[in-house]
Structure formats: structure tokens, C-alpha cells
Design a binder for this molecule. Structure first.
Ligand code: APR
Length: 375
């Protein structure tokens, strides 16, 4: 860009520049017209390869970049052909330099135009976003929010408190309570990828939080209600477009007014009548499908509530084993795709359960094990 600016100014103030201003305008016009009718990206006149220019990397819409970079090249070529005189004479040099600057000026203004269009669109969208109203277009709002950095998204949070990932402690392995042997070998790489966090999942500023939803995906009580309340009404609008979710399945949406980027909705088994093989399988599917959905969307930090252990009545002391086993096995297979899996517990009793059972799946010291680690 600096090169382009210096070329531009040299055109304007070069001592040898003998090209009067009206000619400059005509040149710009001619360069543009010449390009429009003769040069197209990749055309034989340009040696068959689409032209590249330093500006190309700065313009996010490739076809326009192609066009403007080709313009610069076209103006460059045209200046060499039309100036007639060799570039060695002062007049030739001024003409040559002038026209390169012309192309650069054209290219530069194009980059500025495209960039300002892009910025203008974002600014216009920022004016329109209203996460408190169900009136907005959820698709447009989702695209806008997902295009923002974490820092820029903070102004849209609908919660007074947000907890950045760096403030969530990594799990420190401890010896298994009692005489129970760990089911897995020690793996320090995996230890660094999990956390036990006590608190409100709607405050976590991470890539994805998992929602313990119901089959309609249209909200409810418990953690489902908390997530929908904080996200705002557009979450329900996007959920409605998903047409429900089967037990054990997982579906992803934007998180809207939540500090997280995404919400992964999963439906746990109802276990008020007791836990059989079906309930166990469904609960494992919730954790596995949520992790698969996260990694499929490049969400590298994921938090789980204690799925099904509230209104759905799954005994927490049984659910904890399904949760830990699936997360350990998934991390063994896909440790490169995840930076952190957070067990977000809301009840003190759940915290005790996880403290007691985490060492069985993420042990502190090397122990004889029944399951060989695949790492
Ligand atoms: N943050 C983290 N965990 C929470 C939060 C919160 N803000 N609120 C509740 N929890 C915990 C509960 O303490 C429980 O351990 O989430 C766990 C799951 O409880 P529920 O939300 O009742 O979910 P579940 O048992 O899976 O029942 C799902 O309840 O809310 C409805 O629409 C939902 O019909 C569905 C059913």
C-alpha cells in the first residue's frame, strides 16, 4: 500500500512529469475503459495468469481483487505500449512513471473502496443489531456476530458478567479417592485439556456451551431456560428453523447475547423411571455428538452442564461416569481438535461427584490400567 501511495505522489509531483491534469483524468478514464473491454483476469494479454498486485492480499473479495490487480497491470502494460518513447528518456520516464502511478492510484482507490464498502456494511449492520428483539433477521445477525472478534462481540453480551477461558483453571489431577483403580493411563496432554468449573454456564466466554434442551428446541426450564433468557429471542427463532432434535442428537446455533460463540443443543434421556441400556446409550450419544458438532464447527473450547441430571431425573452419580468416559475417549481420538472441555457444575453435590470421579478417567499418577491409551 505504501508503494502504491509513493507511486501516486510521484505522479503528481515528479519534476519530469509533463502530463497535465486533464490528461491524468483522461488516462484514468482510458485505463478503466481499456481494462473493461480488453483485459479480463487470466486473459492471454496478461500472460495467461491472473495478475497479482500487492493490493490483492488486502481485498477480501477475490473477484474484485482480481479485477483491480489486473487493472494495475493493465495500466502498466498500456503505459508501456502507448507512451511510444522508451522509458530511458526523461519524457518516457515521466510518462511511464505517471501511468504506473495511475494504475496504482486506480488500484489503491479500488482497495479503499472495497475496504470501505466492507467496513460500511459492518457499521450499518452494527446499527441494526438488536438482540433484545425477536424482530431482527436471525441469519443476518448470526453472520454478523460470527464475523466479529471476541473483543468486538463483547458489546452485544446480554449478561453483566462473562468469564474468559483463561480464567477457567485447567484440571489438576489428584489421586483417586478410596481404593478404586483408574480405568485409564495417566496422560498429561489430556489433563491440560479439561476443567472442572462451578458456576453459571451462560457466563462462559468460550467457543461453545452445550444446552440440555428438549426435543422441541424451543426452550424450557433449568439450564435450557437460562441459556435462552441470556441469548435473547433470536436464539429461539434460529432453533425453530432446526425443526427439533432427537434424544442423543446435537444441533448447533449462534449464541447471540451469550458470551459463548455457539450453543450446541442436545437432548438427554428422561430417566425418571430408572436407567437402562437405552438411557445410558442416549446419554453417551449426547456427549459424543456434542463434541463432534463442536469440532465440526472449529469450536475448540466446549462446556457441558450435567445433562439429564435435573428435570430429566438421571441419577448424577451414574451420569458422571458416562460423561467422563466419553470425554476421555473422544480426547484420546481427537486431542488435536480441542483445546478445552469444561465440566460446568451448578450444584455443590455435582462438584463433589466430579472431584471424586475425575481421577478415575484422568488419573494423577501412572497406574496399572485396564484400558490401553491410544496416544
Ligand atoms: N449453568 C450450569 N448448569 C446449570 C444451570 C446453569 N445456569 N442451570 C441449571 N444447571 C444444571 C442443573 O443443576 C443440572 O445439573 O444443569 C443440569 C441439567 O439440569 P436441567 O436443566 O434440568 O436439564 P435436564 O435434566 O437435562 O432436563 C432437560 O429440562 O429445562 C428443561 O427444556 C429442558 O425439557 C428439558 C429438560
Amino acid at each position: 500500500m505504501a508503494l502504491q501511495m509513493s507511486a501516486l505522489f510521484s505522479y503528481v509531483r515528479a519534476p519530469l512529469c509533463t502530463v497535465p491534469l486533464p490528461r491524468v483524468c483522461a488516462d484514468i478514464q482510458r485505463a478503466g475503459i481499456k481494462f473493461k473491454h480488453i483485459f479480463t483476469p487470466g486473459s492471454p494479454q496478461l500472460g495467461g495468469k491472473p495478475a497479482t498486485s500487492p493490493l490483492r492480499g488486502h481485498i477480501h473479495t477475490a473477484p474484485r481483487a482480481e479485477k483491480f490487480s489486473t487493472t494495475t497491470t493493465a495500466a502498466f502494460r498500456w503505459s508501456r505500449q502507448d507512451s511510444g518513447s522508451s522509458s530511458s528518456s526523461p519524457q518516457g520516464r515521466a510518462g511511464w512513471l505517471g501511468r504506473v502511478a495511475l494504475g496504482a492510484a486506480f488500484g489503491l482507490s479500488a482497495a479503499v473502496v472495497v475496504q470501505s464498502l466492507h467496513t460500511g456494511t459492518l457499521a450499518a449492520m452494527a446499527q441494526k443489531v438488536n438482540l433484545n428483539s425477536a424482530e431482527g433477521d436471525w441469519k443476518e445477525t448470526k453472520d454478523f456476530l460470527l464475523s466479529l472478534s471476541v473483543k468486538d462481540r463483547r458489546q452485544y453480551y446480554r449478561t453483566p458478567k462473562s468469564v474468559p477461558l483463561d480464567n477457567i483453571e485447567v484440571w489438576t489431577p489428584t489421586a483417586a479417592a478410596g481404593s478404586e483403580k483408574s480405568k485409564y493411563p495417566r496422560n498429561e496432554k489430556l489433563d491440560k485439556k479439561i476443567s472442572l468449573y462451578s458456576g453459571d454456564i451462560t457466563q462462559l466466554e468460550i467457543d461453545a456451551i452445550v444446552n440440555a434442551a428438549n426435543n422441541s428446541l424451543l426452550g424450557g426450564g433449568g439450564v435450557d431456560g437460562a441459556i435462552h433468557r441470556t441469548a435473547g429471542p433470536l436464539l429461539k427463532k434460529e432453533c425453530a428453523s432446526l425443526h427439533g432434535c432427537e434424544t442423543g442428537e446435537a444441533k448447533i446455533t449462534c449464541a447471540y447475547g451469550l458470551p459463548a460463540k455457539y450453543v450446541i443443543h442436545t437432548v438427554g434421556p428422561i430417566a425418571q423411571g430408572g436407567v437402562g441400556e437405552v438411557q445410558k446409550k442416549d446419554l453417551r450419544s449426547c456427549y459424543r455428538n456434542s463434541l463432534q458438532t463442536a469440532t465440526a464447527n472449529d469450536a475448540r473450547s466446549v462446556a457441558f452442564p450435567c445433562i439429564s441430571t435435573g428435570i430429566y431425573g438421571y441419577p448424577p452419580e451414574q451420569a458422571v461416569h458416562e460423561a467422563l468416559a466419553i470425554v476421555r475417549e473422544y480426547l484420546e481420538e481427537h486431542h488435536d481438535k480441542l483445546d478445552r472441555v469444561i465440566f460446568c457444575v451448578f450444584m455443590p453435590t455435582d462438584r463433589e461427584l466430579y472431584l471424586q470421579n475425575l481421577p478415575l478417567y484422568f488419573p494423577a499418577a501412572p497406574t496399572e490400567t485396564t484400558v490401553k491409551s491410544k496416544l
